[in-house]
Design a protein around this ligand. Sequence first.
Ligand SMILES: [Zn+2]
Ligand SMILES: [Zn+2]
Length: 139
Amino acid sequence: MTTTGHGAVGHHQGGCLCGGVRYEVRGPLRDVIACHCSQCRRTSGHFVAAAAASTADLHFICDVSLTWYASSAAAERGFCSTCGSNLFWRPTTPEAHTTSIMAGTLDVPTGLRVIRHIFVADKSDYYDIDDGLPQEAGW
Ligand SMILES: [Zn+2]
Ligand SMILES: [Zn+2]
């Protein structure tokens, strides 16, 4: 887990638009990383801004409509099959213990900040990244 930035500790909850998925994070949240890769572009409709937590700290209050899509050989994305909200990304490799959480699905206040941009070489062409934060061509 990246430790750049301060992150946030405490009792965070979040969920999808329709309420079919509600979750609670019982542990620290990493600050937000914006990913501009082609998979994040398509699944989000723009780009993904995600916090992250230990998978063991992620508990579901309701997950009736949570569906996982294998977006690559090494990762899957969790979304709500009722309202379409984009919620989670997690590696499927056995040594992975972190789940990325789409930051916009967290209830406010999150206490988080965007700390950097990744895969900027793959971003679409209709916007600029001009917030002064670090940018990485890849991860
Ligand atoms: Zn939903
Ligand atoms: Zn991405």
